[in-house]
Design a protein around this ligand. Structure first.
Ligand SMILES: Cc1cc2nc3c(=O)[nH]c(=O)nc-3n(C[C@H](O)[C@H](O)[C@H](O)COP(=O)(O)O)c2cc1C
Length: 437
């Protein structure tokens, strides 16, 4: 009901945010670009809880009883599958998007924990190869920096069809981040904006993808696994097609997945959240009878031990982390406040990776800013963070009575909201009701 009184009213359509967005576009004459994944609220792992043991089941004793974390990825065809000590991997983030120090620190931290890290658009940094005991080499539509010499140095190959932050969209690296070294690795001019294509030049469908996978297998003598990474959209069909094309493992990135730069319309308006994406991918693998044979790595917005444990319980073999590892090394830390202000933002709200002016030296190629990220310190922070995640996952698994984190199962979980119940196909807590079934 309208009031006669003079009160401030806000339109639900033209909210202050919508007004600012229209006026920003009116000034710029183009779309908005930013880093990070979707900022909107979506159903997530927080909406699930574990039914840990009480009388019906027995918990394991943390001090005396083991809870193992060993993880294998790529057991389908590769002679040398990826053998990881923990079910947590580090996602592909390009040198160019990330600074040299950040890349090396990620490699060293992964090595300390016995897990893998991944290259990114733009190729393999020699120092990253040296720092990482297990390195996944990405094969992207851009082919920037992709070459047979580095291919032979890889421990696994990841064919990137898409990313959760921008499924259907290509990559973006603004000129301010394209310094001499980055430009050299990509054989592109310095200081010029780089746009990576959104589709591979080598195939137009799954049949061609099969040929590409075979080519990569031959080139690496069937030694190492080949993953296919996708943004989560039509998950069931995409997973089945990737498996048919010969993938050893599927890496699936939900809409919360981070990026260093893309159009904000992609982050907010494309793809599906990680939670339902994971559930659909597991179903797809089960429907074609390859669940357990083709491993599933899930990513997109995974931040905590409970997130990891819930992903495993829902059927993932491992998770992959991007943004959270950057936060562990200091992304959005309340230091160098004036530099956040220069970008028009504040600590805890910064997603300005695209500018190349990262106040904490992570997403920059500026030599002075990068000095703010000492490699040893960043390595310790990431390693500590990963270690703490593992301990949290083990604690939850033991409390569920499991002696291996991979024994966590759907039966251990219930949903707190109707949305999560529908998407995860789990009963609403305290009921037998599964929304939509
Ligand atoms: C700084 C940054 C750079 C990235 N660069 C790449 C890339 O080069 N190739 C790629 O496949 N994904 C890239 N990604 C996406 C990650 O591989 C991963 O899918 C995503 O970060 C997972 O979501 P999370 O950040 O919420 O953990 C990048 C992500 C970030 C944050």
């Amino acid at each position: 009901m309208d009031s006669e009184k003079q009160v401030l009213k806000t339109s639900s359509t033209y909210t202050p945010e919508a007004i600012a967005a229209i006026q920003e576009r009116a000034e710029l004459g183009r779309y908005i670009i930013r880093g990070y994944g979707a900022l909107r609220n979506v159903p997530r792992f927080d909406d699930l809880v574990f039914l840990t043991t009480s009388l019906t089941r027995l918990p394991l004793e943390g001090y005396r009883e083991k809870c193992t974390t060993k993880t294998f990825i790529g057991t389908r065809y590769a002679k040398r599958p990826m053998e990881l000590e923990i079910p947590i991997t580090i996602a592909g983030m390009s040198f160019g998007a990330l600074s040299y120090n950040a890349k090396v620190a990620l490699g060293r931290a992964a090595t300390l924990l016995g897990t893998s890290t991944t290259t990114g658009d733009g190729g393999m940094l020699p120092a990253e190869r040296e720092a990482s005991s297990k390195l996944v080499y990405q094969c992207l539509p851009s082919r920037y920096g992709f070459n047979p010499t580095d291919l032979k140095k890889a421990d696994a190959i990841e064919i990137v069809v898409g990313q959760g932050a921008k499924p259907g969209g290509g990559g973006l690296l603004l000129g301010q981040k394209v310094n001499k070294v980055v430009a050299g690795m990509r054989t592109l001019p310095e200081g010029v904006d780089q746009r990576s294509p959104c589709r591979h030049p080598d195939w137009i469908g799954p049949d061609d993808l099969r040929i590409k996978i075979e080519e990569l297998r031959e080139a690496t003598d069937w030694e190492i696994p080949i993953y296919v990474k996708m943004g989560a959209t039509r998950v069931k069909d995409d997973v089945k097609l990737a498996v048919k094309a010969g993938a050893d493992a599927i890496v699936l990135d939900g809409m919360e997945g981070g990026t260093a730069a893309t159009q904000s319309i992609f982050q907010e308006h494309t793809g599906i959240p990680t939670l339902p994406a994971l559930v659909q991918a597991v179903e797809a693998l089960q429907e074609i009878g390859v669940y357990g044979e083709v491993q599933l790595v899930i990513s997109g917005g995974i931040r905590s031990g409970p997130d990891v444990a819930k992903a495993l319980a829902l059927g993932a073999d491992a998770v992959s982390l991007g943004t959270a590892t950057l936060i562990a090394m200091g992304c959005n830390k309340p230091v160098y406040i004036e530099d956040y202000h220069k970008l028009g933002t504040e600590p805890y709200h910064c997603h300005h990776c695209h500018t190349g002016m990262c106040p904490v030296g992570i997403t920059t190629q500026d030599a002075e800013l990068m000095q703010r990220l000492p490699i040893d310190e960043a390595t310790t922070y990431v390693a500590n963070y990963l270690q703490s995640l593992v301990m949290e996952v083990q604690s939850l698994a033991r409390a569920c009575g499991k002696s291996d984190v991979h024994n966590l199962e759907r039966e251990d979980l219930v949903a707190l909201t109707l949305e999560a119940s529908a998407m995860a196909k789990l009963p609403l807590a305290g009921t037998d009701f599964i929304m939509g079934q």
